[in-house]
Design a protein around this ligand. Structure first.
Ligand SMILES: Cc1cc2nc3c(=O)[nH]c(=O)nc-3n(C[C@H](O)[C@H](O)[C@H](O)COP(=O)(O)O)c2cc1C
Length: 410
């Protein structure tokens, strides 16, 4: 084994921010907030476990910018400072052990399942693919005034995150949520300044970036999670993605995280990945390699990484600067410590399959099964890698009824 590059520190350009290593715990929506959408003791315990687990940076599950725009019933929402102390406790747990802890901030737009919100909004009133329409409420197009209000909400939440002690924020512009809908020509068919060519479709994200920067100052890191592509016909393409990332670099973005896919195409979980991709582990490595030829922006590549060999190789070739990891961290909160010691032989992270194809094909069990593991860590219990997916499904259905699959999101 060559020198371990994952253990090398990294300093952000023009910031006094140094990450102790190259491992990033990627966002996983926890569904563990209180009934008032606030951080709970279990959430604090979960993040303390991750902070102790050794990653250089941990990113929270998506925190919503508006109580009226939830993605799932137990999302955390941060829209005012009424309970800022609870957010301070959460931040304090996540920055232990010299760890950076960033809050991911999000608005679901129309990608919210029936029963969770009264009304879904989107850049344009375009429904999902026919096979998904029964899960989602009808959506309506946002007015220009509403767009401006949402931009300010992102900025407000970011400022509150900074006040609470988070060491950065990540804007969720991937996976088919509102920002990703604005970026996509398939979902954004507006004829005003927010739609049309990619320069216009990017405007919503760039305005959010500027509004946040104005509120948090130049020294506070801002990241963006973005798709390499939506993998949809007439959707957000690799060329669009290159354009957006180059522009964000020009604006001074501190960190870009690469993922891919949406509810409609679950590429983020490696669904339909080519055998050559599976061999190199990371689902979006080819894309990252091409991107790095054109930009110098600091990158986190997320999706599929499992072994120190593949991680070190991706760092060595310069395809990425950081390794993003999600599902293994739900099973092994100290996975980064194991990676740094190169002792991960018995890692059992495999596709979660119930044997029921209509469920397995959508990648729904990846969310449900791993969320149950997060809950266990939050309750102070050990995780259960051998937990049967079918049993997980039965328990979920028994507890929540069939609507549960209409309420989980990524
Ligand atoms: C339970 C669960 C919840 C997730 N929630 C989010 C989220 O809130 N925001 C986000 O950007 N990605 C979310 N993801 C996607 C992960 O961040 C990551 O992109 C994906 O799991 C692929 O990485 P992995 O192969 O290391 O798991 C979630 C994934 C899982 C399993």
């Amino acid at each position: 084994m060559n020198k371990s590059l994952i253990s090398e520190p990294y300093s952000l350009k023009n910031k006094s921010v140094t990450f102790k290593n190259r491992i990033v715990k990627s966002a996983m929506s926890e569904g563990m907030a209180s009934e008032k959408y606030l951080p709970t003791n279990n959430l604090v315990r979960l993040y303390q476990a991750w902070a102790e687990g050794g990653a250089g940076l941990i990113i929270s599950g998506n925190v919503m910018v508006d109580t009226k725009a939830l993605g799932e019933p137990r999302n955390v929402v941060l829209e005012n400072d009424d309970h800022i102390d609870l957010f301070k406790q959460w931040a304090e747990a996540g920055i232990k052990n010299n760890t950076h802890f960033w809050m991911q901030i999000n608005h679901p737009g129309k990608q919210v399942l029936k029963g969770v919100v009264d009304e879904a909004v989107a850049p344009s009133a375009i429904p999902f693919e026919p096979d998904l329409q029964r899960f989602f409420p009808k959506c309506r197009a946002l007015s220009p005034e509403e767009i401006e209000e949402i931009i300010q909400r992102f900025a407000n939440t970011a400022k509150l995150a900074k006040t609470a002690g988070f060491t950065g924020v990540q804007i969720h512009a991937a996976h088919g949520y509102l920002i990703s809908q604005f970026l996509s020509p398939r979902h954004n068919q507006r004829e005003d300044k927010w739609g049309g060519p990619i320069e216009n479709r990017f405007r919503f994200l760039s305005e959010i970036y500027h509004a946040i920067r104005a509120r948090v100052g130049d020294d506070f890191p801002i990241g963006v999670k973005i798709n390499s592509s939506d993998f949809m016909k007439a959707g957000f393409s690799e060329d669009d993605s290159h354009f957006v990332i180059s522009e964000l670099e020009r604006l001074g973005i501190d960190l870009i995280e690469i993922s891919g896919g949406t509810y409609e195409k679950a590429a983020l979980f490696g669904k339909n990945a080519k055998p050559s991709t599976v061999k190199r582990e990371a689902y979006f490595l080819d894309y990252a390699e091409k991107l790095k030829e054109k930009t110098g922006v600091p990158l986190v590549l997320t999706g599929g990484f499992r072994t120190p060999t593949a991680m070190n190789e991706a760092l060595k070739t310069g395809a990425t600067d950081f390794i993003g990891i999600a599902r293994p961290m739900a099973l092994y909160p100290d996975y980064p410590n194991q990676l740094l010691k190169e002792k991960v032989d018995d890692l059992s992270v495999k596709p979660i399959k119930t044997g029921l194809s209509f469920i397995d094909n959508k990648g729904l069990m990846e969310i449900t099964w791993y969320s149950q593991q997060l809950e266990r860590i939050g309750r102070g219990k050990s995780t259960k890698p051998s937990f049967s997916p079918l049993l997980s499904l039965i328990i979920t259905l028994f507890k929540n009824g069939k609507e549960v699959f209409q309420k989980r999101r990524v």
